[in-house]
Design a protein around this ligand. Sequence first.
Ligand SMILES: NC(=O)c1ccc[n+]([C@@H]2O[C@H](COP(=O)([O-])OP(=O)(O)OC[C@H]3O[C@@H](n4cnc5c(N)ncnc54)[C@H](OP(=O)(O)O)[C@@H]3O)[C@@H](O)[C@H]2O)c1
Length: 274
Amino acid sequence: MKMDGKTVLVTGSTDGVGRYVATKLASAGAKVLIHGRDRARAKTLADEIRGQGHGEPIFYQADLSSLAGARQLAEAVLAEHKRLDVFISNAGIGSRTQGSERRTSADGHELRFAVNYLSGFLLAHLLLPLLRASAPSRIVNVASLGQHPLDFDDVMLTKGYSGTRAYAQSKLAQIMFTIDLARELEGSGVTVNALHPATYMNTTMVREGGITPISTVEQGGDAILHLAAGDDVAAKSGLFFNGTQPSQVNPQAYDETACKRLRALSLELTGLPA
Ligand SMILES: NC(=O)c1ccc[n+]([C@@H]2O[C@H](COP(=O)([O-])OP(=O)(O)OC[C@H]3O[C@@H](n4cnc5c(N)ncnc54)[C@H](OP(=O)(O)O)[C@@H]3O)[C@@H](O)[C@H]2O)c1
């Protein structure tokens, strides 16, 4: 993997699989923009990358449980960088992060939908001008095999809440967004793909869910790196990968009307122009 001269933003790179991906991209020569909420964890990562002689990562602190946080992150990246070659939307919370009961974001949206999907939707749109100007460029949405169709009458899951359903709904929303955005970006030189990196990697999210890990961070991280930098996927867009293999997703994602409905809702919730 050769990433010299490339600038890559990896959200949620202070921990877990994002941390691994950021480290590998830096060692391949990329200018890595790392992101998370925790300054101390970011410093440890930056020290590690710098200590290995792999350049100077730039840390962006932003809480993606608020749309204002996502906006600030995008504004800072746009103000400070002339190009963005890869945007890896990886930050996320699990089905049991902060307990499995229903919580809401700073904007009053269901928390897993807000952090895992809506903030990435907003970030991608705000970063698109820079990604377009840097084409060929890539967006990688780190989703999951855990997918649940959206009930458009209750997207915020006010009735019969389950953390597992909330997580799976947010992950299918990421995939629907991927397919929908790929249609919009056709011919632009910007590709967008989603993936399930690996099942139950040994990360904070999995451990705090009380689940015994069955995959390594390296396995999932290498699948993310494949979409971020692989030559074989350079022209592929609008696809979902299970690890490194193209794979089918929940049928709702192939329903163009449902994707458009999700887009309209997301534009409204984020205050982006239609
Ligand atoms: N682990 C798995 O087996 C698995 C399987 C399929 C898909 N995935 C997906 O892979 C991605 C990474 O997961 P992981 O397992 O590596 O999780 P992790 O170890 O828990 O790391 C999550 C990352 O997201 C950041 N984050 C969480 N909430 C945030 C918020 N409100 N604002 C900003 N950043 C926030 C964390 O930052 P802080 O340092 O600030 O907490 C951390 O850097 C997620 O999208 C997840 O859904 C994971």
